[in-house]
Design a protein around this ligand. Sequence first.
Ligand SMILES: [Zn+2]
Length: 285
Amino acid sequence: MIRPALAALCVALALPAQAQMPAAQQFGAVGTPTSGRAEAIGFYSRGCATGMVRLPESGPTWQAMRLSRNRNWGHPETVKFLQQLSAAATQVGWRGLYIGDIAQPRGGPTPSGHASHQTGLDADIWLMPPPSLSLNATERERLDFAPVTTGTRVNSRWTPAHHALLRAAASDPRVDRIFVAAPIKIAMCRGATATDTPWLQKIRPAAGHDAHAHIRLKCPAGSRFCTPQEPTVAQLSKGGSGCDATLQSWIEPQDPAPAAPARTHPRQYMLADLPAQCSDVLRAR
Ligand SMILES: [Zn+2]
C-alpha cells in the first residue's frame, strides 16, 4: 500500500514529468481531434491543428494505408483535395490512389517518421498504381512501397501516368509544393517547355521520396496562425521550373566530396517550442 505522503509525492513528480515529455509523445497519445473550426496552426514542421477530419479508410478511388498509425487525419481542405486527386488518378488509368500519412488527429510532431506533417496540410501518396482497392487492414500494413528510382535514374516502374498524376496535383492552386526524389524531378524536366514552368516549379527534389510523393498544401483561408513557406532560393532566383544545374547537382558526385555533416538527432520539440495555441489544442476535450 502506498502511504498518503508517498502518493502525494508521486503526483508531484508526475506533473512536471508530463510537462517535460516531448511534444511528439503527447500528440502521439491523443486519439481524437478537437471539435470546432478547422485551423492549421504554425509551420508544417512545427505546429498542430484543430478541427481535423479523418480521411475515410476507403472510398471509391482511394485506400488509406498503415491504418495502425492513425495518421489519416487532415485539414478538411486536405482531405477534400486527396479525394479529388484520387478521382483524377482514374483519368491517368489508375484505379485510384493509396494514401499514406497525413497527420495525427491534432497534428503536432509525430513520435516516428516525419519532421513535418504537423498541421494537417502535408500528405503522402504512393507512387504506385493500386493493384486493388479492396485491401484488408493487414494488407494495408504489409504492402511494400516499390521505388520508381534506381540510383540516379527513374526505373521501369516510372510511367507517363506517374508524370500526368503529379502534373495534375502540382497544377492545383491549393498545392504549395510536392517533394519527390531528384531523379523523378529530372525525369519530369525532360522535354518540359515554358508552359510547364508554373506547375513544374512546385515539384521539388527531396531525398527519400522515391516510392511516395509528399504533397504540401498552402495555408487555407481561415487559418489565422498558419505560417506559409517561403519559395525556395532556386525558385526566387530563376523564377523558373527548377530544372537547372542545381537540380542536376543532387545526383552528381561532388568533387571534392563534401565533409560529412555532423551527425545530429532530429530536433525533439517540447510543447513550449510549438505555437502557444498548440498547448490548448492538446488539452481541449
Ligand atoms: Zn511526407
